[in-house]
Design a protein around this ligand. Structure first.
Ligand code: KMH
Ligand code: ZN
Length: 273
């Protein structure tokens, strides 16, 4: 089986220090969390940035500062900035980090309810617009799918040439309003993608480790991190992103699945080494 790519989503846009005091806001905090996750086994850092007060931002300068600081401590790590940002941000605001020429970024492949009044909007035309800008820069998008219909959307856009090259999916399951993360959901999704493509699974909340284990078992890849889940076990808060990555490494050992270094992850994803 291919080595396991672990992505760590260190901060996101929604969780706060009130939820878990390790959620990083400042550049120093973001760098600490990325460094510790990398040392624990993460080869990709899924990156959102915040202002020092914790509010989410897609400001290009803030991303630049964060990426430079992370690269100084972990020079070979793959940085995957979010183009999702936070609910309600404009498309051009969300796209700011791609102008820093990262190797990867996210491409959200459909709309989804985010609980309460929040709707994360990604219309078909939005996806085409993001894809055009992302491929123009030669960036590999991680295709974030919150349910089966988003995979179908990707396949339609692939046929029409709007999405191209290697298909690397991320199944994000367990969002309130999105698809749940039961085993049957995971199996349905992994069997719905074309052969030759790769996938990673991000289980939100209680689904995080259950889905990580399934993906490890079936040859997929895994995303964990405080963006998705703040607990290491029921009712016990994780002491940072490092603890979440270490738990994935522990499960991977049980299945004799080796962990990919950043360069090994690049090879699996078809990125330049
Ligand atoms: N924060 C969510 C609204 C992504 O990074 O591309 C969107 C999100 C997806 O986190
Ligand atoms: Zn994100």
């Amino acid at each position: 089986m291919e080595k396991l790519i672990i992505t760590c989503a260190i901060t996101g846009a929604e969780v706060t220090k009130e939820d878990n005091s390790y959620v990083p806001y400042t550049i120093d905090e973001v760098t600490r969390e990325a460094y510790e996750a990398y040392n624990a086994g993460a080869s990709i850092i899924h990156l959102h940035v915040r202002n020092d007060d914790g509010t989410p931002t897609q400001n290009g300068k803030r991303f630049d500062e964060a990426i430079k600081a992370i690269k100084e401590r972990c020079p070979d790590v793959i940085i995957q900035p979010s183009t999702g940002g936070a609910v309600g941000m404009s498309n051009d605001d969300r796209l700011q980090p791609i102008y820093l020429n990262p190797e990867m970024c996210t491409l959200d492949c459909g709309s989804v309810n985010f609980g309460g009044d929040e709707v994360f909007i990604n219309s078909e035309n939005d996806i085409k617009y993001f894809a055009e800008k992302i491929y123009e820069k030669g960036i590999l998008p991680e295709l974030e799918c919150f349910g089966k219909m988003h995979i179908d959307q990707v396949l339609r856009l692939y046929k029409k040439g709007f999405i191209k090259g290697h298909l690397h999916f991320s199944f994000v399951l367990g969002i309130p309003g999105g698809m749940t993360g039961e085993e049957r959901d995971f199996i349905f999704l992994k069997e719905s993608i074309p052969s030759g493509s790769t996938y990673s699974v991000a289980g939100v909340g209680r689904f995080e480790f259950k889905l990580a284990e399934l993906s490890i078992k079936y040859g997929g890849h895994v995303r964990v991190g405080l963006e998705d889940n703040i607990f290491i076990s029921k009712g016990v808060k994780a002491e940072g992103n490092k603890a979440l990555v270490e738990e994935v490494v522990r499960i991977a050992k049980l299945y004799k699945r080796e962990i990919a270094s950043p360069d090994e992850a690049r090879k699996i994803l078809g990125l330049k080494v």
